[in-house]
Each structure stands twice: as C-alpha cells, then as structure tokens.
Design a protein around this ligand. Structure first.
Ligand code: SF4
Length: 452
C-alpha cells in the first residue's frame, strides 16, 4: 500500500436522504480521526458502500456497486458494506460479493471506526461482521452532526426507525422502532447549518409527524418547529418531508399558515385510495377523511403545495380499485406525485399475499397514473405564470445563459425545477418572475439587479 493511500477512504452513498445523512455522519467521524476522503476508489485504503435495502431493486443495485468495487479491489484495500442491506440481508452480500472485508448495519453507523480497525486486523479471510448483540444506543451520535449539506440546502435528520406497521414495508425490520433525536441536538445541528449559510433545512425521518412520540411528546413536530423558528431565524426555508396521513395536526397547519419560514409544502405519502387496499396495506383507510384533511390543508395554508406517493399493483388491486385510485388523483389534483410498482418483499406482513399482479400490468398502471398526473402537474404549474417566486439557485449553464433552481414548491431530486433566463449566483435565493410553465417545471426571468 502506498504511503499516500494509508488512512484514506472512498464512500459511496446509495438510497434515500436519510442514508445520505448517515454517510455524512460516518465521514465526519472518519475525518475527525484523520482519515482522508478520496474521489477515486483506486486511491483509497477503505472502500465503503452505504447501502439501501428496503426494496429488491435497491438491494440489486447495492450488490452491483459492491461487486464492481470488489472486482477492481487491490490486495491492500478493504471493502466494507454499511447501511440498510447488511441489517437484514448480510448473508446475501457475503454470498454475492467475493473479497468483502467488513460489514455493519444501518443502526450501527456510529461504529464505523471500529469496523475499519477490525478489517485492518482481520486475517481470517472471512468478512468481519459488526452485529454486536448489545442493544444499540441510537442516540449515541458520537458528536456527529446528523445533517447532509447539498449546495444551499441541507437534510437534517430528526428521528430514525418507525413504529408503523405498513404491510409492504421492510423499514421497521431494518431500522427498528422510532427513535427521536433529542430536540437540543437537532437545534444544535440546525444552528451549525445556519452558521454554514444554508438557505434551506429539510427535516427528514421515516415519519416526521411521529417526532417525539417515543419521548412522550404530544404534537412533537409542531413543538420542534416552534423552537427551530426561534433558533435559526436566518435560514429562509424550513421544509417538511414524509408526513403520515391523518397526523398533520391542526396546530401544525396553523403554524405552517402563520410562519412563512416553514414552507407551505406537504409531502403526505398516501400509497393508495381504495379503502380495501389501504386496509390490507395497514394504512389509514378512511379515504373520505383523507380528502377532507387535504381540503382543509388547502383552505388553511395559502398556496400550499401537496405531494404524495402511490403504490400500484399491490395484491388485490383489480381494475376497479385501480380506477378508484385514478379518480382520486383526478379529483384531488396533487402538485407533485410519485408512483411505484408494488415490490414483493419477503419478511413483510404482506408476504403471505404473494405477488399476483403481473409486472406488465404494474408498469401499465404506473404509466397511466403518471400520464394523468402530467396534465394535472401542468395545470397546477400554470397558476404561477405572471407571479414572482423566490428561487434557490442550484446550478448554471453558461453556454445557454440559464440558471436552474427550485422554488418552495420543489423538494430536491423528486419534484420540478425553475429554469431561469440569465446567470444567477449558485447557492443564493433570487426573485424570479414566472413567464411560462411546462409539465413539471417553471420558466422565468430574474428580477432586477440579480442578473450578473
Ligand atoms: S410509515 Fe410505513 S411505509 Fe413509512 S417507513 Fe414506516 S412502516 Fe414503512
């Protein structure tokens, strides 16, 4: 091993924003120990893949990435699988990835340094597996900020794990029960992000509306937001992700309506609209009260943007129940919507139902929903023509003299963009007059002296 490579690491982060925060926290612990990150895997002593594992497709991707790195791995390098996949599928990784040196689960991200040390010492030839029997102390964050900065915005984790029992979901089996972070730790991280100059803090958890339940708090998310507002007044945007239907409380709605710093944006994964399917999914199935709460949110929070996520092809979904789902999205008219084909996951409560809906039917239904949503999304976008929106600039295209950013209506990576004629400073918030709308995006011009 070259002197230069000793004590270096290459970290690949797969999956969701929550995994990104875990990757960032592991990097903080390694950097603090004097390890140096490298962009190219060939130069690193440690190759670490923070995997996603809650869907078959995600596990296949994790195996592909690990196998690629294993195939290029030099004798002095150590390949480590971290994250969600080792938590439940560690044997699959061992069977599929020759040359693996170590493994730790998502609930043990804070033990990354121990694992690196063990893989260095490990002469057994078998991968070192870090799955201690002792109960994990999920609140022992070893001083790491539980946030991941992405340009002008940052994900801030407020809790991990989940106490819900959705029939199709592996997450409670991977992440364990809900563990809310102490509020003072969250505030500390938020202040650090404010000091870092971020313009947007995105609160994430498996279910943000359940924040504080395990700490004996009632309406904990609203309490947390009230404290955040006082603690980080210089952060223009606070965005909520992953709320649970029926748990967006009155006081949360009131606070969102009275405090512009909390973006009028709600991501409420509903998953379906047929009560029988929802019952089978073990999700809130009173679709009439869901409709009413969405209508109430729209009437109480001015210009609120509503996003949801749907699963099609769940066992028992026939043409009739799919029609109900279609009618539901045509009548509610969400601003943003994501649709996924049901993924059969052994070990979930839904396993005994099998996977009766053919893949081609699932694909057709995903396409049908997204075609329907495309018209709705354009219609929702057209309401903003002629208006001025603040846009967080995230990139520029010098050649075409345009800038790209997001308004309050767009969460990163999953929603639309604002295309701005003219070059604007990346990482800054600029006012943009909206001139036109396309299916998922808006187009506009910079207002005033921001044009550089
Ligand atoms: S709320 Fe349901 S879908 Fe979401 S992580 Fe928890 S169990 Fe899974």
């Amino acid at each position: 091993m070259t002197k230069r490579a000793k004590g270096t690491y290459h970290l690949v982060s797969l999956g969701c924003a929550k995994n990104l925060v875990d990757s960032d926290s592991m990097a903080q612990l390694m950097n603090r120990q004097g390890l140096i990150p490298t962009a190219s895997p060939g130069d690193a002593e440690f190759l670490i893949v923070n995997t996603c594992g809650f869907l078959t497709a995600a596990r296949e991707e994790a195996i592909a990435v690990l196998t690629d790195l294993a195939s290029e791995k030099l004798p002095w390098q150590k390949l480590i699988a971290a994250g969600c996949m080792p938590e439940r599928h560690h044997q699959d990784i061992i069977n599929s990835v020759p040359g693996l040196d170590g493994m730790l689960g998502t609930q043990r991200w804070m033990d990354i340094l121990d694992v690196l040390q063990e893989t260095r010492l490990n002469r057994q030839g078998l991968p070192y597996q870090h799955f201690p029997q002792s109960a994990v102390d999920a609140r022992n964050e070893k001083g790491a900020h539980r946030a991941a900065v992405q340009g002008g915005s940052a994900y801030l984790k407020i809790a991990d794990g989940c106490r819900r029992t959705c029939a199709y979901c592996l997450i409670p089996l991977i992440k364990g029960d809900l563990v809310s972070r102490p509020m003072e730790k969250i505030i500390e991280d938020a202040k650090a992000l404010q000091g870092h100059g971020v313009k947007e803090i995105i609160l994430i958890a498996q279910d943000t509306t359940d924040y504080g339940h395990d700490l004996g708090m009632r309406d904990g998310l609203t309490r947390l937001l009230e404290t955040l507002l006082k603690s980080v007044p210089d952060v223009p945007w606070i965005r909520l992700m992953y709320t649970f239907p029926g748990y967006v409380s009155e006081s949360l709605i009131q606070l969102m309506n009275s405090e512009p710093q909390i973006l009028p944006y709600l991501d409420i994964p509903l998953q379906h609209a047929d009560p029988n399917i929802l019952k089978s999914m073990r999700r809130p199935s009173d679709i009439q009260s869901v409709r009413e709460s969405l209508a109430q949110i729209r009437s109480l929070i001015e210009d609120v943007t509503l996003r949801t996520t749907l699963i099609v092809g769940y066992p028992g979904e026939d043409q009739q129940s799919f029609q109900k789902l279609l009618e539901f999205i045509q009548s509610v008219r969400f601003d943003h919507l994501g649709t996924f084909p049901y993924s059969f996951e052994p070990g979930t409560p839904a396993e005994p139902l099998g996977d009766p809906v053919p893949e081609h039917i699932k694909t057709e239904r995903v396409e049908h929903i997204m075609q329907t949503q495309a018209e709705i999304s354009l219609e929702r976008n057209q309401r903003f023509i002629g208006r001025v929106l603040d846009v967080l600039v995230e990139g520029v295209d010098d050649e075409n003299q345009i800038s790209i950013g997001r308004s309050y209506r767009d969460a990163p990576e999953i929603d639309g963009l604002v295309l701005i004629e003219g070059l604007a400073p990346v990482g800054e918030m600029v006012p943009v007059r909206i001139n036109s709308a396309i299916t998922h995006d808006l187009v506009g011009t910079l207002i005033d002296h921001h044009l550089s």
